[in-house]
Write a protein that binds this ligand. Structure first.
Ligand code: COA
Length: 256
């Protein structure tokens, strides 16, 4: 059996590719289990400072595996604790860059939105087509998409099934950059390498602080940011980064 998730290490980054091409990377239970365990393994590896998550040029992922869903009962889904897997992805410390090319639908779109930022190919198409199957998004689609693009566009996408083009997703704030078709993976790797050069402690704290902006009030978010700044200051990395600048050399961050 071919692996459902392919991991390519290129320290200090790793590339994780979904690998069910015949099903357009539909997120089966088995694929999600493999994905979460690979991501958690890389997250524990101090040599990996940023992870790129991608699919193929044709599809990032075309959603949950509809065949599996069709055969599951509500209680089976409940007992399978599917949502916990998504929490595990959201709780990774290592920054996660989604490289999206082609279809990015349903659970695929929710997976991309669970990453820290999205680099999209000009071919990317984002959608939440669940209501056409008689269900609704269940891994954050109604919440994350609405926070990312606002109510008007989210209602349009979720209720009418309209797909957002890469440029629309960029204009709406869902993706960070749009790149040429052939650059879909390379550009995400380049961004990941840039992220990997920064102080790892600071990067983790910064990512948590940005996430706070979506999860709490402004006052609580500012409070969190201030404390995270003091914590960053207490790191050896901060001493190294500030000293390296004054000594006109590149910092040698250790993640301490
Ligand atoms: N789950 C399981 N299988 C899927 C799938 C999914 N979410 N999405 C695509 N596939 C399978 C198709 O069944 C097909 O398999 P087959 O060759 O054995 O018939 C294969 O992937 C290729 O898909 P196909 O529909 O032939 O490609 P297309 O280019 O004509 O259309 C899509 C592409 C993405 C528009 C279409 O596959 C689609 O609408 N998929 C479902 C999207 C969806 O509703 N996602 C939300 C799930 S909750």
């Amino acid at each position: 059996m071919p692996e459902l998730v392919v991991v390519q290490r290129d320290d200090p980054i790793a590339v994780v590719l979904l690998n069910r091409p015949r099903q357009l990377n539909a997120l089966s239970d088995e694929l999600m289990d493999e994905l979460v365990s690979e991501l958690q393994r890389l997250d524990r590896d101090a040599a990996i400072r940023c992870i790129v998550l991608g699919g193929s040029e044709r599809a990032f992922a075309a959603g949950a595996d509809i065949g599996e869903l069709a055969q599951s009962s509500a209680i089976e889904l409940y007992y399978a604790r599917r949502v916990e897997r998504w929490d595990a992805i959201r709780n990774l410390w290592t920054p996660l860059v989604a490289a999206v090319s082609g279809y990015c639908l349903g659970g695929g779109s929710e997976l991309a939105m669970s990453c820290d930022l999205i680099i999209a190919s000009e071919t990317a198409r984002f959608g939440q087509p669940e209501t056409s199957l008689g269900i609704i998004p269940g891994a954050g689609g109604t919440q994350r998409l609405t926070r990312a693009v606002g109510k008007a566009a989210a209602m349009d996408v979720i209720l009418s099934g309209r797909l957002l083009s890469a440029d629309e997703a960029l204009a709406a704030g869902l993706v960070a950059r749009v790149v040429a078709r052939e650059a879909w993976l390379e550009e995400a790797k380049r961004v990941a390498r840039d992220i990997a050069t920064k102080g790892p402690v600071a990067t983790r704290l910064a990512k948590e602080a940005v996430n706070r902006a979506f999860e709490s009030t402004l006052q609580l978010g500012l409070e969190y940011e201030r404390r995270a700044l003091y914590l960053a200051f207490a790191s050896e990395d901060a001493k190294e980064g500030l000293t390296a600048f004054t000594e006109k050399r590149k910092p040698d961050f250790r993640g301490r």
